[in-house]
Design a protein around this ligand. Structure first.
Ligand code: AQP
Length: 315
């Protein structure tokens, strides 16, 4: 790692089409940080396995998710982009961390509790998710983890896991810090809840212009207000409040006009990225992932040698 630079690590699940919540909550920061810091970005396919059970869909999601990272401006020549399943040290360290935390501790994880409350299957992988995520982060001596607010607790869990490991076996794992942008910490979906692939309330990043319009038209509005709150909350991601004021003043209560204006602004904003996405081939993606896997493996395997030594399994 270059001297003076911070090590940044973050991941994204290939669990479906990425949406503007992923972009404004996390990915936009990734692009900005990649120009300054020493960045590692991971397509966390083993995490996605907790919800995606169709091999063809998973394969396609991995290609599409990686293409998204390249299209939004992450450059594999100055950042590492790889997929989790290419570096087996992630699942190995996760196991060691799981032996240090209690079931009670994992039961308190909000993301797990929310998904269970929404009726999603609570497989053991979903339950152990925070320790796999902790391993992802801790393998790379990470300083900063840029994420949306929904992941704050998971980074706290990674810190706690590092702390428990260091207390048990001596200083080995660096405690990371989350980085969350307050103004985009939770981007709302078309139903006003957190935008989430699994809640089917997303506005896709790389759909067609018609897909964007269709998603925007489905935004839930209440008939009492003059300014549709969910429409405005999303619009603010694309234009400043000053820019939006005359539009919303002139069209009080005209929800269709406001929604069409939002769709037009989203499509204009995303057009250059969509052009880049369309130009990328599966071979470009596979090449970037292979390069990234070799670099990530080199760092992770060195860390695991130290970990194995410290826990007493290396003879
Ligand atoms: N609505 C959101 N607002 C702000 N940030 C968000 N992120 C996700 N949704 C929002 C951030 O995007 C990054 C990548 O997320 P992920 O795809 O790995 O997992 P997730 O948070 O679980 O996203 P989804 O869409 O809700 O996926 P599913 O439904 O598969 O679980 C993370 O940094 C996340 O904070």
């Amino acid at each position: 790692m270059a001297e003076g630079k911070k090590r940044v690590f973050s991941g994204v699940q290939p669990s479906g089409a990425l949406h503007i919540g992923n972009y404004f909550g996390a990915l936009k920061q990734w692009v900005e940080m990649s120009q300054e810091d020493d960045c590692i970005f991971c397509v966390v396919d083993y995490h996605a396995l907790t919800t995606v059970k169709d091999p063809a869909a998973l394969r396609q999601n991995i290609l599409d998710t990686t293409k998204t990272l390249l299209a939004i401006g992450i450059d594999p020549s100055n950042s590492i982009i790889f997929k989790q399943s290419d570096v087996s040290e992630h699942t190995e360290l996760a196991w060691m961390l799981e032996t240090l935390v209690t079931v009670k501790f994992l039961e308190l994880a909000h993301a797990y509790k929310d998904k269970v409350a929404k009726g999603l299957e609570a497989n053991a992988g979903l339950f152990n998710y925070p320790m796999l995520m902790a391993a992802d982060i801790l393998l790379y001596d990470t300083d900063i983890v840029p994420v949306g607010a929904d992941q704050r607790q998971h980074v706290e869990y990674a810190r706690e896991a590092a702390n428990k490991f260091n207390l048990a076996y001596g200083q080995t794992l660096k405690e990371p810090q989350e980085k969350i942008r307050d103004e985009v910490a939770v981007v709302p979906g078309t139903d006003g809840q957190k935008m989430s692939k699994s809640y089917k309330n997303t506005i896709p990043l790389f759909g067609s212009e018609e897909d964007t319009l269709k998603a925007i038209m489905s935004i839930v509005t209440d008939s009492s207000g003059e300014r549709p709150a969910h429409v405005y909350a999303i619009h603010k991601l694309f234009k400043s409040e000053e820019e939006l004021a005359p539009l919303y003043e002139a069209n009080k209560g005209s929800y269709k006009i406001l929604k069409e204006a939002l769709a037009a602004d989203i499509n204009a904003y995303l057009a250059p990225m969509r052009a880049k996405y369309a130009a990328l081939t599966d071979d470009d993606v596979k090449k970037a992932l292979a390069q990234g896997a070799a670099k990530a493996k080199a760092i992770a395997s060195k860390k695991m040698e130290e970990v194995r030594q410290n826990i007493g399994v290396s003879l």
